[in-house]
Design a binder for this molecule. Structure first.
Ligand code: F6R
Length: 614
């Protein structure tokens, strides 16, 4: 949801800002802009509808000099994506420029007030209201920018990560955060601002994570200052990033999504590293070692998340209930947070989030925490808001996921849930030693098995070309593979714009079967486990209505192969581990269909990677 970047130092800012915007483009890409103060003291704002590359074209004949600047790539909330609504926004006096990620909820009342004070507005955005408010407070009370931003934010309700630049003071940049991520990078005589570390990592690995309701002043030749909205002065805590540049580049792949699909053997190995000990036949997870009693005593586990992370949570339900015999409820965070859920002291809430910044997931966690639940996080981004809000948790260590469609984050989330459920079952004596050791042994081979599926990419690519005609898809699965069917459908719709629905296979008879005709592709996730004969019957029902079946089956399958139009094999594995394999062909299928349809795979329309607004 919008990417913000800033620079203050002795280098020319423009190229640094543009590079940073490209790295943050996954967060939103309907318009982009930059503001710079040049050496004559002009505050120049350039912005345009479209992607960062359009901004670069637009700026070709402009004066882009200046050693201080802010820049923004937008995912529209207030006002359609066009030139005038793009950020940065000037204040009326053109003395200030602002970039903003988030939503100012009380912008209408503030706008009415400012209009009465003679302010006129050029855009439909809430952001312009904020910069005018800062300008108003600054001039009325003759304050420094730092103080004016501080005062203005105490009148604001909503979410923000902002950067503010002042024409008459090019030595200072002011930034602030509430509920939207913000990081400051500290280099040699220079500072960087970013929504995440990706625009910063090339220049410095020293960063300060800004917390909610903190306002920051960075100044040429001075130490940064932080003050919270209660006026408490805070000491910046400097962290060292372990990210490296290769992690955030395409590495020869055509798209980030394909790179990330192919990275899964490696990301799973990083995720299991130091946790899954094949030699000892043991899983050691610090969360369960330190807080296992909380899980053991819980009368139920609640899992909450959004989108793909919610699908991982649905698999978590099968895992915890199968192995630990603890009842599990899984709910999308946006529903959970608003339905006044019954949460009891002692409940365990597991929140799952790749970005760690999803607004609804964070709100659900806060609610559960307030009501006495133990909050456990499964999260990819180190130092993110989810990571900081939890009582304990496990990082997935998938590495940066830049493609908007989530792939390696999903498999690592499922891997963490699997390790957690198995470690807990062992602690609770709910699993036999034999089963525990056998599954661990098998788990350790899962990366190699994924690699064999990836090696079959050309076949999946061929099948994909056949189905570009389709307007709808149905995905079916049962048990552990029902959430995989839902995830396959989500992947397809978000990057190819083909409508797709995932169903528990037996549910088909209760409605969706009416859709089946000779045009309709049905993807059936049908590996060979206890429910095989049932799903075989479901395939027969589809074929009887002339649907086109693409089946994901276990190597050596005979019966479904006879019926299906196309089959994609995955290696044999333990049933509880099968989602880690069956999801791979579905990721590739949706990727290749989207590519064949000429879609923008890494930046699909209307989407953004990190959903920091509700
Ligand atoms: C789909 C996708 C989204 C995210 C969802 C939650 O490919 O990426 O559905 O899974 O927005 O995001 P996180 O996991 O960052 O909380």
């Amino acid at each position: 949801m919008c990417g913000i970047v800033g620079y203050l130092g002795d280098k020319q800012a423009f190229d640094i800002l543009i590079k940073g915007l490209h790295r943050l483009e996954y967060r939103g890409y309907d318009s982009a802009g930059v503001a710079l103060v040049d050496s004559q003291g002009n505050l120049n704002v350039y912005k345009t509808k479209g992607k960062v590359s359009s901004l670069e074209d637009y700026c070709k004949d402009k004066d882009t000099t200046g050693t201080v600047g802010i820049a923004h790539t937008r995912w529209a909330t207030h006002g359609e994506p066009n030139d005038k609504n793009a950020h940065p926004h000037y204040s009326q006096s053109k003395n200030l420029a602002i970039i903003h990620n988030g939503i100012i909820e009380n912008y209408l009342s503030l706008k009415t007030f400012l209009q009465k004070e003679g302010y006129q507005f050029q855009s439909d955005t809430d952001t312009e209201v904020l910069v005018q408010l800062i300008d108003y407070i600054k001039t009325q009370h003759n304050l420094s920018l730092y103080d004016a931003v501080h005062q203005a934010l105490s009148q604001v309700i909503g979410a923000y990560a902002i950067g503010v630049l002042e024409k008459n003071n090019p030595n200072v940049l002011v930034a602030a955060r509430k509920s939207s991520p913000l990081i400051i990078g500290i280099g040699e005589g220079e500072y960087f601002l970013g929504s995440d570390a990706s625009p910063i990592i090339e220049y410095t690995n020293k960063v300060v994570y800004i917390n909610d309701e903190e306002v920051v002043k960075i100044e040429r030749g001075a130490n940064m200052e932080i003050r919270n909205l209660k006026n408490v002065v805070l000491q910046p805590k400097v962290h060292e990033l372990s990210l490296n540049l290769d992690d955030i580049e395409k590495g020869g792949f055509e798209h980030f999504m394909l790179k990330e699909i192919f990275e899964q053997p490696k990301s799973l190995s990083l995720c299991m590293n130091g946790r899954l000990h094949r030699d000892l036949g043991e899983i050691r997870l610090s969360g369960i070692l330190d807080y296992g009693d909380k899980f053991e005593r819980a009368s139920r586990i609640i899992i909450t998340a959004c989108g793909t992370s919610w699908h991982a949570g649905l698999i978590g339900k099968y895992l915890f209930e199968t192995f630990c015999r603890i009842p599990v409820e899984v709910e999308v965070a946006s529903e959970f947070r608003y339905r006044n859920p019954v949460i009891q002291r002692g409940d365990v809430l597991i929140a799952i989030s790749q970005s760690g910044e999803t607004a609804d997931t964070l709100a659900a966690m806060e609610l559960a925490k307030k009501q006495g639940a133990f909050v456990y996080g499964i999260c990819n981004v180190v130092g993110s808001s989810v990571a900081r809000l939890t009582d304990s948790g496990t990082y997935t260590h998938a590495g940066p996921e830049i493609g908007v469609a989530s792939t390696k984050a999903f498999t690592t989330q499922v891997a963490v849930l699997t390790m957690t459920a198995l470690a807990l079952a062992k602690r609770m004596n709910k699993i036999t030693d034999e089963d525990y050791k056998r599954i661990i042994d098998e788990f350790a081979t899962i990366g190699d098995k994924i690699q064999t599926i990836l090696n079959n990419r050309d076949y999946i690519k061929e099948i994909s070309k056949i189905f570009t005609y389709a307007k709808n898809f149905i995905y079916l699965g049962r048990g552990f593979n029902y959430p995989v069917a839902m995830e396959g459908a989500l992947k397809l719709k978000e990057i190819s714009y083909i409508h797709a629905e995932g169903y528990p296979a037996a549910e088909m008879k209760h409605g969706p079967i009416a859709l089946i005709d000779e045009e309709m592709p049905i993807v059936v996730v049908a590996p060979h486990y206890a429910m095989y004969s049932k799903i075989l019957s479901n395939v027969q029902e589809v074929k009887a209505r002339k649907g086109k079946v693409i089946a994901v089956v276990t190597e050596g399958d005979v019966d479904i192969k006879k019926l299906a139009d196309y089959t994609i094999e995955v290696p044999q594995t333990e049933e509880c581990l099968s989602p880690l394999l069956t999801v791979i062909p579905l990721q590739l299928l949706s990727y290749y269909i989207a590519v064949a349809k000429g879609r923008d795979v890494d930046q699909p329309r209307n989407l953004a990677k990190s959903v920091t607004v509700e």
